[in-house]
Design a protein around this ligand. Structure first.
Ligand code: PEP
Ligand code: MG
Length: 555
């Protein structure tokens, strides 16, 4: 592949150069050929590999520290579970190899956990990881998962699982390149959160050989294989320029003509507040309350919730904080809100629909927010997720006002709400556009499904047209229109969104610096011109390309 380029979707604007290191592929299932060794010899092999795997996992946990340590400690215990070890032994007694017995015993345990559902069910994936590691140890091959060499590298993978990402050593990972996943995949969200240069959805990425030098340019989504000296030097110079621009832009979000565009943080717990403030967040644009209660089996009490909200509002005293009511369903199931299996959960009883079906839970949440508001000095706004009708808007804003909350709005995540934004904003105090879901519903592409990830691109002119509808309605009614999906964290797209009428942008705190720097390069007039260019394109790729080249000739 020397000298060639590969195309994917860039996350952010960073650029990096380094050698490829491939994430090892999952191991194939051990075959069922009977063992040539005695059962005792196989049992000894199994015992030694289980113990060694537990020790390795524990060691990694100690090195990683923080929450990764707890996750890994729990995984080490799985490899030491006496019931599981007995099961492996019993399977070996029937003539199986240690590899096959380990594989089968873990698979049986997995089924058991899955049948228990809830928290235990979620641990099933961790078991797969441990099982693969033990089998790799038995075979004497590299364990699957994030490699851990001594030198810096560009990690090339199909996609990253949450457990992998917890272990990334950011001092060594220069960039990420994945073959799967779109701009809202887990890898992309992580890359934004940690400011890692990333290009996702590069179809041929897995053809890259270990050690090959590549340039990863997130601003264009291009991966250059075996670059020339000039290409390498240009990339290194650009990386230095970006770092300087990032450090230079401080203070509130402002366009080059002085127009203020407040930059806010997306948070899932008050724990991230200090970091967000340090990175210059001017408030919170999306507080995802469901993240506080993903493990709860019963609805949180008013007191329990109030404690969490007070912590958040205290941290942002004097600043705007937009709290979203519980958004359960699809990728974020909350067993106490919507437990019934659905054929198409993204189109089911999620967001406000689930809350409405459990109105006492919604009323409790609003009461907890009002109580926390009374005790603190932040400017609290509340909003409902996944609102699809004017009637739902009226329902939610009336309930919020009844609870004593003064600013009540809705998220625009469904095309119907964008198209009727003028009527929705007649009742709501503000709108906040969730571009992740708006893209999923506009393009009819499940945001979690790798096979349709290429559709999940918020640069798509159809998505931008809908954003523009909300922007126009905001201007006509004089009401704020925020953006809180991942699109706001893409610096150039952020400028386009402002051109379409967004008045604030909310994102993972680590994206703030890049977006702030990009906004400062362009005027409102430029932003409008870029928006027109993007709207008149035929595809997301064309829109991005047209605006990228206009931006390059603008300053
Ligand atoms: C969105 O859909 O863009 C959004 C911000 O909400 P979430 O990602 O939590 O669904
Ligand atoms: Mg959403």
């Amino acid at each position: 592949m020397s000298g060639s380029t590969l195309q994917g979707t860039g996350i952010g604007r960073g650029i990096a150069v380094g050698p490829v290191l491939r994430m090892p592929d999952p191991l194939p299932e051990p075959d069922e050929t009977p063992s040539a060794l005695t059962p005792d010899a196989e049992k000894e092999r199994a015992r030694a590999s289980l113990a060694a795997t537990a020790a390795i996992i524990r060691h990694r946990g100690e090195r990683a520290g923080g929450s990764a340590k707890d996750v890994l400690e729990a995984q080490a215990f799985m490899a030491e579970d006496p019931t599981l070890i007995d099961d492996v032994g019993e399977r070996i007694d029937t003539g199986k190899t240690a590899e096959r017995a380990v594989f089968e015993a873990f698979a049986a345990f997995r089924e058991l956990l899955l049948s228990m559902g809830g928290y235990m069910g979620e641990r099933a994936t961790d078991l797969d990881d441990v099982s693969q590691r033990v089998v790799a140890h038995l075979r004497g091959v590299a364990a699957p998962g994030v490699p851990d060499p001594e030198h810096p590298f560009v990690l090339v993978a199909r996609d990253l699982a949450p457990a992998d990402t917890a272990l990334l050593d950011l001092s060594k990972v220069l960039a990420l390149v994945t073959s799967d996943g779109g701009p809202t995949s887990h890898t992309a969200i992580l890359a934004r959160e940690k400011s890692i240069v990333a290009v996702v959805g590069v179809a041929d990425a897995l053809g890259l050989a270990d050690g090959t030098e590549i340039v990863v340019d997130a601003s264009t989504g291009v991966v250059t294989v075996s670059p020339s000296d000039e290409e390498r030097d240009a990339a290194v110079a650009r990386a230095a320029e970006l770092k300087a621009a990032r450090n230079a832009a401080t203070g509130p979000g402002t366009l080059a003509d002085g127009t203020l565009v407040p930059l806010l943080a997306n948070l899932g717990s008050a724990d991230g507040a200090a970091d967000a403030l340090e990175k210059g967040a001017e408030g919170v644009g999306l507080f995802r309350t469901e993240f506080l209660f993903l493990d709860s089996t019963s609805a949180p009490t008013v007191e329990e919730q109030k404690t969490q909200y007070v912590r958040l509002l205290h941290a942002f005293a004097g600043k705007k904080v937009v709290v979203r009511a519980l958004d359960a369903g699809a990728d974020k199931p909350l067993s106490f809100l919507n437990d019934a299996p659905e054929e198409n959960p993204a189109l089911g009883l999620r967001g406000l629909r689930a809350l409405r079906a459990n109105e006492p839970i919604l009323r409790d949440q609003l009461a907890a927010l009002a109580a926390a508001d009374a005790q603190t000095d932040a400017d609290l706004w509340v909003m409902a997720p996944m609102v699809s009708t004017v009637e739902e808007t009226r329902y939610f804003t009336a309930l919020a006002r009844e609870a004593g909350l003064k600013t009540a709005g809705v998220m625009v995540e469904v095309p119907s709400s964008a198209l009727l934004a003028d009527r929705i904003l007649a009742d709501a105090d503000f709108a906040s556009i969730g571009t992740n879901d708006l893209t999923q519903y506009t393009l009819a592409a499940d945001r979690l499904l790798g096979s349709v990830a290429s559709f999940q691109d918020p640069w798509h002119p159809a998505v931008l047209k809908l954003v523009g509808e909300v922007g126009k309605a905001g201007q006509a009614t004089g009401k704020p229109v925020g953006i809180c999906g991942e699109a706001a964290a893409d610096p150039l797209l952020a400028v386009v969104l402002v051109g379409l009428g967004a008045t604030t942008l909310s994102m993972s705190p680590s994206a703030l610096a890049d977006v702030r720097a990009e906004l400062s390069r362009f005027t409102r007039e430029d932003a409008r011109r870029f928006a027109e260019l993007a709207l008149s394109a035929n595809s997301a790729v064309e829109a991005r390309a047209a605006v990228t080249s206009a931006a390059a000739t603008t300053e």
